[in-house]
Design a protein around this ligand. Structure first.
Ligand code: PMP
Ligand code: GLU
Length: 397
C-alpha cells in the first residue's frame, strides 16, 4: 500500500471547486440546482479575442514559447500596467503563467522557506492558505470582520509582523468579500511595509476592472515600497477567459527571475494560442468592459436588495468583484428535519439540500460565520435563487 506525502495530506481540496463539482453532480442527477459557487464570469470571451486565437492557429503559433511568455505579450502587459495602473514594469519584470493561480504558487515557492511566516488577512481566497502550507510556510491570519468591511489597517498589519515574516498576501477587489481598498487604505499599508523592508507584499488585483464605485488602486503605486510588491493579475475575470489559463505578475526583477526558474521546471509557458489571444486583450481599451461591469453592478444591487430583506443575515456592501459574503451566524443552532445547523458548512449544506442553491461556506475563506455567493449569473436566476434561499430559511426553527 503506498502512502501519499504528508504535504498532500495536509492540503485541503479547493472548497470553491469542490462545491462546483457537487452541484454539477446533482444537476447530472436531474436536480434543478442553481450554482452560485464558482467565481467564474457567465459572459463569453469577447469575439476580438477569439479571433486573435484563431489567427494564431492559422499562423501556426503552436510550439513551445519562452517560459515567461512571448516577448511581445510581455511588452503589451508592460503597456497595460502603465496605462491602467500607472506602474512601470519592464518586460524583464513580467512573468506570464498558466493562470494567476500558478503565478501565486510560483511566487510562494520562490520566496518561502519552511517556517517563514506569511501574513494572510481573512477572509482570504481559499488557495492562498493551501499554497503556503505546501511550501511549509506558517500562515499568520489577521481576521477582519464585517464591521471593518473585511479590510485590515496598517496597524493591524504591523501587529502581525515579526522577524520571520516574509510575505503578505491579499486581494483587492477581494475574493470572497468584494471589498475594495481605497488609495488611503493602501497608503496606510504601504507606510507599514516601508518600515519593514524584509516583507514582500503580494497584491492580487485580478478583479481590478470589476469595480463599481471608484477607480482601482494598486499597492505598487507607492514609490517607497515599489520594490517590495508583486502585482498579480490575469485575464480570467475581466476578459471572461477562465478556461484559457493565463495569469501574470509584475515584480522586482530578482523575483521575476525566480518565478521564471520555478515555472521552467514545473509547466513551462502557458499555451501559445492563449498568449496570442491575450495580446488582443491587453491592447484593448478597458472601456469595452463597461457593459459587463454595469451588468455586474445591477446584479449586485439585485442580490443585496434581496438578501437585506432576509431576517438574520448580516450583509456586506461589496464594491467590486462578483461576490457577496453575508454573515449567517444568526441561523446557527436552528434545526430542520432533525438536523441542526452549527457551522457555515452546515448552513451551505442546508441551502444546497433544501433550497437547491449552491454557495461556498466561509470556513475555507477563513471566516466560519459567513458564506459566499457568487452573483455571476443572470438576473432571473439570481432572483429565483434569493427567493429559494428566503423560503428555505423560513422553515428553520
Ligand atoms: N486570485 C483570486 C483572488 C481569484 O479569485 C482567482 C480565481 N480563480 C485567482 C487568483 C486565479 O485565477 P486564474 O488562475 O483563473 O487566473
Ligand atoms: N477563483 C474562483 C473562485 O474563487 C474560481 C475557482 C478557483 O480557482 O478556486 O471561485
Amino acid at each position: 500500500m503506498f502512502l501519499l506525502s504528508d504535504r498532500l495530506q495536509s492540503m485541503q481540496e479547493s472548497a470553491t471547486i469542490a462545491m462546483a463539482k457537487k452541484s454539477r453532480e446533482l444537476k447530472a442527477l436531474g436536480k434543478d440546482v442553481i450554482s452560485l459557487s464558482l467565481g467564474e464570469p457567465d459572459f463569453h470571451t469577447p469575439d476580438f479575442i477569439k479571433h486573435a486565437a484563431i489567427e494564431a492557429l492559422d499562423q501556426n503559433f503552436t510550439t513551445y514559447t519562452p517560459v515567461p511568455g512571448y516577448d511581445d505579450l510581455r511588452e503589451s502587459i508592460s503597456r497595460k500596467f502603465k496605462r491602467d495602473n500607472k506602474l512601470n514594469y519592464s518586460k524583464e519584470q513580467i512573468v506570464v503563467s498558466t493562470g494567476a493561480k500558478q503565478s501565486i504558487a510560483n511566487l510562494v515557492l520562490s520566496l518561502i522557506n519552511p517556517g517563514d511566516e506569511v501574513i494572510i488577512p481573512a477572509p482570504y481566497w481559499v488557495s492562498y492558505l493551501e499554497i503556503v502550507k505546501v511550501a511549509e510556510g506558517v500562515p499568520v491570519i489577521i481576521s477582519a470582520g464585517i464591521e471593518k468591511d473585511f479590510k485590515i489597517s496598517g496597524d493591524d498589519l504591523q501587529a502581525a509582523i515579526t522577524d520571520k515574516t516574509k510575505l503578505l498576501m491579499f486581494s483587492t477587489p477581494c475574493n470572497p468579500t468584494g471589498s475594495v481598498y481605497s488609495k488611503e487604505e493602501l497608503k496606510d499599508i504601504a507606510r507599514v511595509l516601508e518600515k519593514n523592508p524584509h516583507v514582500v507584499a503580494m497584491s492580487d488585483e485580478i478583479y481590478e476592472h470589476i469595480n463599481f464605485d471608484g477607480h482601482h488602486e494598486s499597492l505598487a503605486q507607492f514609490d517607497q515600497i515599489y520594490n517590495q510588491v508583486v502585482t498579480v493579475n490575469g485575464v480570467s475575470k475581466a476578459w471572461a477567459m477562465t478556461g484559457w489559463r493565463l495569469g501574470y505578475i509584475g515584480a522586482p526583477k530578482a523575483i521575476a527571475e525566480a518565478c521564471d526558474k520555478v515555472q521552467g521546471q514545473f509547466t513551462s509557458a502557458t499555451s501559445s494560442i492563449t498568449q496570442r489571444a491575450a495580446i488582443a486583450a491587453m491592447d484593448a481599451n478597458p472601456l469595452v468592459l463597461q457593459d459587463m461591469i454595469a451588468a455586474f453592478k445591477k446584479r449586485r444591487n439585485l442580490v443585496l436588495n434581496g438578501l437585506n430583506k432576509i431576517p438574520g443575515l448580516k450583509v456586506n456592501h461589496p464594491e467590486g468583484a462578483f461576490y457577496v459574503f453575508p454573515n449567517c451566524a444568526a441561523y446557527f443552532n436552528k434545526s430542520y428535519k432533525g438536523k441542526t445547523i452549527n457551522t457555515a458548512d452546515d448552513f451551505c449544506m442546508f441551502l444546497l439540500e433544501e433550497a437547491l442553491v449552491a454557495c461556498v461556506s466561509g470556513e475555507a475563506f477563513g471566516d466560519p460565520n459567513c458564506f459566499r455567493i457568487s452573483y455571476a449569473a443572470s438576473e432571473p436566476t439570481l432572483k429565483t435563487a434569493i427567493e429559494r434561499i428566503e423560503a428555505a430559511l423560513l422553515q428553520l426553527q
